[in-house]
Write a new protein. Structure first.
Length: 153
């Protein structure tokens, strides 16, 4: 597996990973509720992924395995991890952990001493294991909830 900075031509594959991960792996969050899934997926388009890749104040990474994108992660210069999704085909193979480590490295390079994120229910234990702690009350976005978390880098 290789973690690298995303390029515009990665947008289709990265978008597919985002959409499949949300639909297939985040059932604990959306409960197969079509309205919740559609809301969550509404901005997960190749065009938006391209714009995230091009944004100068953040970095998007992809994980590649055998020439296929199997994960995508993103972080802002300000210290927020915005994405960390894995393909259902690559779950429990260390993809999210490798992406998280690379994103934290990026944040350190940018001089950040702290990383923040909003965790899904699905990913909460993963982030706790990685040293993140709850940083406030859960937030609602529609029927979905996210848990603000933070970690000293």
């Amino acid at each position: 597996m290789r973690i690298r900075t995303a390029h515009a031509d990665d947008a289709e594959g990265a978008c597919e990973v985002l959409r499949r991960s949300i639909k297939e792996l985040c059932v604990a969050d959306h409960g197969d509720d079509l309205q919740s899934i559609e809301g969550w997926l509404s901005n997960k388009t190749p065009e938006n992924v391209r714009s995230w890749i091009a944004a100068p104040t953040q970095r998007l990474l992809v994980a590649e395995k055998d020439g296929r994108i199997v994960g995508i992660g993103g972080a802002t210069e300000a210290g927020e991890i915005t994405l960390n999704y894995v393909s259902p085909d690559a779950r429990f193979q260390g993809v999210s952990k490798a992406i998280l480590a690379a994103l934290e490295g990026y944040l350190r390079e940018k001089g950040q001493k702290r990383s923040t994120l909003s965790s899904t229910l699905t990913a909460h234990q993963f982030y706790c294991t990685a040293g993140y702690e709850n940083a406030g009350e859960p937030q609602a976005w529609g029927k979905l909830r996210s848990q603000p978390m933070a970690k000293t880098l």
